[in-house]
Design a protein around this ligand. Structure first.
Ligand SMILES: [Zn+2]
Length: 214
């Protein structure tokens, strides 16, 4: 009997591990209504939303609209970081923010390396919670500052502890990291461009398509 019980437990654990994550799909759900469109904040942020174009690692357009949404608390923190950078003639350029879970699955099937794309079976992703952002620094004219690699370069050169990075690029990545940390973001170790807001794990994953958001 004991063995049978153990077997049932094991089967239950396997089923649980492979069960698709529960994500909120109702556009009217409170967690969805807490997302804000970063472009509407009038903070002078710049955008290059790569997944709304084929110019990304999948070579396909994954988002039907070029929109960047974040939970309003994380969005306010990005605005504060932007204001601080503006004092020295710099700014932020956003590559990606909220990502519907369905798109996370598409990416995972293409990459299959959880250093670079969150495995949606385990934590349902990071960008799906509306608390993760991919971004870089730009100058007054909107030109990107030199960074260790291009965006979505899934190599070890994009890691925060990468060796042999040109000093200027390393300095710029550090500058971005410092200002984002100051306003509550946690730098992701494997991608210089990715930051999660401090309480990201408390936010539920969402699966509302971008075109259904206001
Ligand atoms: Zn990211």
């Amino acid at each position: 009997m004991k063995l049978a019980g153990l077997l049932i437990l094991c089967l239950a654990l396997v089923a649980r591990a492979e069960a698709p994550p529960v994500a909120i799909r109702d556009p009217q759900a409170p967690a969805v209504r807490e997302l804000v469109d970063l472009a509407k904040l009038d903070a002078g942020l710049r955008f290059d939303l790569r997944y709304a174009t084929p110019d990304n690692f999948t070579k396909t357009t994954l988002y039907p609209v070029a929109k960047a949404y974040l939970h309003h608390t994380a969005a306010e923190a990005v605005v504060q970081a932007q204001r601080e950078l503006a004092k020295e003639g710099l700014g932020l350029k956003v590559f990606d923010a909220y990502r519907p879970l369905a798109v996370q699955w598409t990416m995972w099937k293409l990459i299959h390396d959880d250093r670079y794309v969150s495995d949606p079976r385990i934590n349902a992703g990071r960008h799906t919670r509306g608390t993760a952002i991919d971004l870089t620094l730009v100058d007054r004219e909107g030109r990107e500052l030199l960074m260790p690699t291009p965006f979505d370069d899934f190599t070890e050169r994009a890691h925060r502890d990468a060796k042999g990075i040109a000093p200027e690029a390393a300095r710029n990545a550090k500058k971005l990291e410092k200002v984002m940390q100051k306003y509550g973001f946690i730098p992701y170790p494997f991608e210089w461009w990715h930051f999660d807001f401090r309480d990201w794990k408390k936010h539920p994953p969402l699966d509302v398509p971008l075109e259904q958001l206001p």
